[in-house]
Design a protein around this ligand. Structure first.
Ligand code: UDP
Length: 217
């Protein structure tokens, strides 16, 4: 049985993710970066970079992929294309990740070193928890959500699909009856302190976090 593992994306995050996988794949399996804008015969940090077409054509019994690209729209498009082509999404977590009780994690998650998911958490597909980020108890996180390094997502927070939480942002805990809600596709700037709900599609930053429109006036 031959297997190929792909890390889709050879940029900043892809290069932080491939070492996590290198330590784990079984003997005999091959490991590649896959990108859409491939330069022939390119290697990055010792790994060959191949195109999607090459990944499709390589002979192997099983092909696995994860998408290590922060942009959630690109991630979603690539995830859907690979899954629909019959490739298997895999989740990847660093050796020192802490996951407590009753955590449900969708396919294709990447949990970077020192990240932590505490208890009673539901997370959708293709989640990224970057270095030193955490998710507290009773959070519900949608699909294609990105936590940049050092995000503190406290308990009883809802983060809807495609939201991006910038480096070092802090999200105030909600309650079971009144969770703090980060709406679909919202972007939280680095270092923001989020103390109230953020509407879908909004971009907020600062302490307390405010929308760009309000901050300009
Ligand atoms: N990329 C791709 N298909 C796309 C867009 C990007 O394969 O439609 C790849 C691109 O070639 C690069 C990576 O994704 O290797 C993005 O790297 P970047 O450092 O810009 O972003 P990050 O790694 O921080 O998400």
């Amino acid at each position: 049985m031959t297997s190929i593992y792909a890390v889709y994306g050879a940029g900043g995050y892809g290069r932080e993710v491939i070492p996590l996988l290198r330590d784990r794949i079984r003997d005999g399996a091959s490991l590649y970066f896959v990108v859409d804008d491939n330069i022939p015969n390119q290697t990055v940090n010792g790994h060959s970079v191949i195109s999607y077409d090459e990944f499709c054509q390589f002979p192997a019994d099983e092909k696995y992929f994860t998408v290590a690209i922060a942009d959630s729209d690109i991630r979603s498009r690539i995830f859907t294309r690979c899954r629909d082509a019959g490739f298997k999404p895999y989740s990847l977590s660093a050796n020192n990740v802490v996951i407590m009780d009753n955590v449900t994690l969708g396919d294709g998650a990447i949990l970077s070193p020192f990240s932590c998911l505490t208890s009673n958490i539901r997370i959708g597909v293709c989640f990224h928890a970057n270095l030193y980020s955490y998710v507290g108890h009773d959070c519900q996180i949608g699909d294609f959500v990105t936590l940049a390094p050092g995000v503190k997502c406290n308990g009883n927070v809802v983060i809807e699909d495609h939201a991006y939480i910038g480096a070092g942002a802090i999200i105030k805990p909600g309650t079971r009856d009144n969770p703090t809600i980060i709406g679909r596709g919202a972007k939280i700037g680095m270092g923001a302190v989020v103390i109230q709900n953020v509407p879908a599609g909004a971009q907020v930053f600062g302490n307390p976090a405010r929308s760009f429109a309000m901050a300009k006036s």
